[in-house]
Design a binder for this molecule. Structure first.
Ligand code: ADE
Length: 229
């Protein structure tokens, strides 16, 4: 997959996407990740990317011209173009799976108080939010989406890190509790069933715990209304 991130702060993305599993995936060329500095598409002396809003009000709005120019450069026809913004549709695991199937994904980070509406309407196939809170800019949000997508690409996770059994995996529920050695820690014992070697009983226990945890924390996932999109 080719993945472009268009941002005013490439360095913010480089950190989280340069290490560990994602860093190795890039080294192994399982993903062609490009961090694109939006400011390179400005032409005035001050490299202006934002202006006050027409009609007045607080804050600054991202100008349309650098965005149009950047997209002309990095998003040929066929590329899927996503704007990160708190006003977007909530990003979920099902969305990560859908994006991971694309050949070319372009993530664009919003900034300041907003993005000129003409650019929003003309340039993007969808708008995504990573949650109901406001970050200083979309670079961290793009890094989150990129991480969730890249780890699903073929060959990125070994089978010991498989993405099948995790939270929001096959049934969309939260993952069951996990334990590792030692079997006893400060008087707390690992549930006996996990030491029993009875795979059928372990499967049933995990399913029950997964359901109980999901019911307690995210009941909507069981009814199916906040899981998929
Ligand atoms: N930019 C600022 N906050 C954001 C959020 N929650 N999701 C996506 N982009 C953002």
């Amino acid at each position: 997959m080719r993945l472009d991130i268009v941002t005013l702060f490439p360095a913010v993305c480089e950190g989280p996407l340069g290490a560990s599993i994602i860093g190795r995936a890039r080294e192994r060329e399982l993903v062609d990740l490009r961090l694109v500095d939006l400011r390179q598409y400005t032409h005035d002396r001050h490299r202006t990317v934002d202006e006050p809003p027409y009609g007045g009000g607080a804050g600054m709005v991202l100008k349309p011209e650098p965005l149009f120019e950047a997209m002309q450069d990095v998003a040929p026809p066929g590329a899927w173009r996503v704007l990160l913004t708190p006003q977007g549709v909530p990003f979920r695991q099902a969305c990560a799976r859908r994006l991971a199937a694309l050949r070319h994904l372009v993530l664009v980070c919003g900034h300041y108080e907003g993005v000129d509406e003409r650019a929003r309407q003309a340039l993007f196939d969808e708008e995504l939010s990573i949650g109901d809170y406001v970050l200083t800019n979309g670079a961290l949000a793009a890094a989150v989406v990129a991480d969730a997508v890249i780890r699903l690409l073929p060959g990125v996770l070994g089978c010991e890190e498989s993405s099948e059994d995790e939270s929001f995996g096959r049934n969309g529920w939260l993952e069951y509790p996990q334990y590792t050695r030692p079997a006893e820690m400060q008087g707390m014992r690992v549930p006996e069933v996990l030491l029993s070697g009875d795979h059928e009983a372990i499967r049933a226990w995990r399913r029950q715990r997964s359901l109980a945890r999901t019911a307690a924390r995210r009941p909507g996932l069981i009814q199916g209304w906040d899981g998929d999109q």
